[in-house]
Design a protein around this ligand. Structure first.
Ligand code: MN
Length: 757
């Protein structure tokens, strides 16, 4: 921008432009607050005085043009017009937001402030910066939608005048427009602005392809318009006869939309048949509803031309999420070509051009129950949740901006709108985060589907939940909406933190038990990090908390043999501080009393001595199981399931430390066991399972995960049982259940033998 006084003709041009702005405003139905607009213009004119744009024209021409777009292409009123006139004042001059507030009040100041905050554009040097900028944009938008509408107008004018900018800036601004502003305009229902933004972005991003197509369209358009007139004539005649007040127009589609068609359909230019966008816009009479009249026109047209049965789009009964309403019909012309006709009332047309936002009730700040309102509520929710992963956030929003929509019905007949590709899980989260977290699937059109089922338009969906269900990592693979993804990420982060805390506590307890002085904790943790090849403490804590790292081996790592611990406990007697214990005895440490006693060692486990042995978590033995014991150097007895691979290994190496073990227990305490149940996916199976487990056996259920996939029901159950007998009775009963195919006891870790078979 360069500075100099303006010439007389420039001053005249500016005044003329302002007069034309007021003229456009006068033609709207808004209450006329002309003085305020005049005041805003004079102020901005003075503030930008002498400054020029790169093109050389006075800078004020830009805010004037933006204000003009705001009133004539978006349909906004005086607050927005004034804000548009002032939108670059704080950014580019010495005036502050406070100055604006003093002169024009809090509302305009707030909008200008929002516009200033997002003036840097969205694309930054780094991806993270970009995401942050986008977040800012959405944040200001959810405060007052007018901010983003004026921003879109600003961007539209910048795109229209982009030719004056240097090449690299053209690419950046065009890319950003394609990526963010065109989809946003679409989402806000600004149909024609969206098309123009896309087309301009295309022009600057692919100048050669654009020029080539524009040339072809020009050469072709005469014949196309000619054949359109022939096509339209009988329709015109008929509608006139029926007494309709209407416009029947055709417009050649933009190079961009033709280019998209060529690329998605893989056809050359010559084979793109629907080059024309044909539209009937009519003034409805009072006699019938708008919808009825659209269908009457449809009926009149299809008496002349044959309709394509699969290509009727009724956006009147179910408007698009951005508010779009119209009836689309494709008919076959006389030459056998398909022509799409959009039928709209004037009101629908205005909605399609200017978007729902123009009808926003700014006074109350709400537009209850519209899809736009819901969308903005969603955005607010996502922004309010803590989200360190800004990039993922950007991705999910971009996805939703571009996505087409599907409509599904809830059991009460409510319509829910979701992006194409959305799953049962997305719907569950959309309805309520509680539903999402406990979602186990859904009844879709009366048949059971898993939560990864992709919804289709018109599906009737009843989300099914189970209180025991909780979010699983793989859900992220098929959650599509930002809302669901965000909720899942928040949930998992919380779980991670809990695991971290648990792991840290476990480790501290274990170090305390090993009598490690507190001031050596840091050194001990360092040692563990080295041992497990980890760099972060949090990671270590997390793995301990998640049972990925077991603390049984802690002593070996922190206190190798012959260290302090061995010395204070030279006779290998169990000591009170002797937890956690070593998993396997070292070969040279086996000091069993083999010389004195040639008899095989045997042990009877009773309710009393059970607490002195270790029931190894690798195979989770319970009373009644065939087990085997290993006595370690400290005299501690380790009990393994007979076929446990760890036991096999210990047996072959330490034959002499083996004890035979039998049980004589009397159901004094319960033990955690895991079962895997497979069956045919059937509503009610889960309920029945739970009934059998908790009612019939009075078994304490600890954890339950259920997945259904392709009609297969898969449950993973953790429960507490007294002994093998009880567990086997349960398994037998479960196996007898209708639709249950198999029930397996799961041995943790790699031991997976199924002794119940
Ligand atoms: Mn601007």
């Amino acid at each position: 921008m360069t500075s100099s006084e303006f010439t007389e003709s420039e001053v005249a041009m500016i005044e003329q432009e302002f007069a034309s702005l007021l003229d456009a405003y006068a033609h709207t139905s808004h209450r006329q607050h002309v003085e305020r607009i005049e005041q805003a213009f004079r102020f901005a004119y003075k503030a930008h005085y002498g400054v020029r744009r790169l093109s050389g024209e006075p800078y004020i021409m830009h805010p004037l043009a933006v204000a003009k777009i705001v009133v004539s292409e978006i349909g906004l009123g005086s607050t927005s017009i004034s804000s548009a006139l002032l939108h670059d004042v704080v950014e580019d001059t010495d005036y502050t937001v406070e100055d604006i507030e003093n002169l024009f009040g809090a509302k305009i100041a707030q909008i200008v402030d929002g516009l200033t905050k997002i003036s840097g554009g969205v694309f930054g040097e780094k991806a993270s910066e970009q995401a942050e900028n986008f977040r800012k944009l959405l944040l200001t938008m959810s405060d007052d939608i007018r901010v983003v509408l004026i921003k879109i107008a600003d961007r539209l004018h910048n795109m229209r005048t982009l030719g004056a900018q240097p090449k690299e800036k053209q690419y950046k601004i065009a890319g950003e427009t394609q990526y963010i502003y065109a989809p946003l305009a679409h989402r806000l229902g600004l149909g024609s602005i969206k098309s123009e933004l896309e087309n301009l972005a295309f022009k600057f991003e692919r100048p050669n392809e654009y020029a080539e197509l524009a040339e072809k369209i020009k050469a072709d358009s005469m014949t196309r318009m000619d054949s359109f007139e022939k096509f339209a004539a009988p329709i015109r005649e008929k509608l006139q006869m029926l007494g309709y007040d209407f416009d029947l127009t055709a417009r050649i589609k933009s190079p961009y939309s033709i280019w998209v068609k060529m690329n998605t359909k893989h056809v050359p230019f010559e084979e793109v048949y629907d080059l024309l966008a044909v539209r009937i816009v009519f003034t409805p009479n009072q006699q019938f509803s708008e919808k009825d009249q659209c269908w009457m026109i449809y009926s009149a047209i299809t008496e002349i031309y044959r309709p394509h049965p699969g290509r009727i789009r009724d956006w009147i009964s179910t408007p698009k999420a951005n508010g779009y309403e119209a009836l689309h019909v494709t008919v076959m012309g006389k030459g056998g070509e398909w022509v799409e006709i959009q039928i709209r009332t004037r009101r629908m047309h205005e909605l399609a051009e200017q978007g729902l936002a123009a009808h926003w009730k700014y006074k109350t700040g709400v537009m209850e129950d519209t899809e736009l309102d819901k969308w903005i509520k969603d955005i607010k929710e996502v922004l309010a949740s803590d989200s360190p992963d800004a990039m993922a956030f950007l991705d999910t929003f971009k996805l939703n901006l571009f996505a087409k929509e599907v409509f599904v019905f809830t059991p009460s007949g409510d319509i829910q709108t979701l992006p194409q590709g959305a799953t049962v899980l997305d719907l569950a989260y959309q309805l309520h985060s509680e539903l999402g977290e406990h979602c186990i699937g859904a009844k879709v059109n009366h048949s059971l589907q898993s939560s990864d089922y992709v919804l289709h338009a018109g599906d009737q969906v009843e989300v099914l939940t189970a209180q025991q269900q909780e979010p699983r990592q793989e859900w992220l693979e098929y959650a599509v909406t930002a809302k669901a993804k965000q909720a899942l990420n928040t949930y998992f982060r919380k779980q991670e933190r809990l695991k971290e805390m648990l792991g840290e506590r476990r480790l501290t307890d274990a170090m305390e038990a090993l009598l490690i002085p507190e001031k050596q904790y840091d050194a001990a943790i360092e040692k563990l990090l080295q041992h497990y090849h980890l760099t972060k403490r949090q990671e270590l804590f997390r793995q301990i908390g998640a049972d990925a790292i077991k603390l049984e081996g802690l002593k070996d790592i922190l206190m190798p043999k012959s260290s302090f611990f061995a010395r204070i406990n030279p006779f290998g007697r169990p000591s009170k501080t002797d937890t956690p214990t070593v998993v396997a005895p070292e070969k040279d440490e086996v000091v069993m009393d083999t010389k004195k006693d040639k008899q095989p060692h045997s042990l009877v486990l009773t309710d009393e001595n059970l607490k002195d042995v270790i029931l190894e978590p690798c195979c989770n033995p319970i009373p009644g199981d065939d087990v085997i014991g290993f006595k370690d150097t400290n005299g501690k007895m380790h009990i393994h399931y007979l076929n446990c691979p760890n036991a096999e290994r210990l047996k072959s190496s330490y034959g002499k430390a083996i004890w035979s073990v039998t049980w004589d227990t009397h159901r004094m305490s319960q033990y955690k066991e895991k079962l895997q149940i497979e069956g045919i996916d059937q509503l009610g199976l889960l309920v029945e399972l739970l009934r059998v487990i908790s009612d019939h056996f009075h078994i304490n259920l600890h954890d339950l995960h259920v997945t259904t996939n392709n009609g297969i029901f898969n449950a993973y159950v953790e429960l507490y049982v007294y002994d093998k007998q009880e567990l086997e009775e349960l398994i037998t009963t479960l196996k007898k259940m209708h639709n249950v195919q198999s029930v397996k006891r799961i041995f943790t870790e790699k031991t997976t033998q199924d002794k119940t078979k």
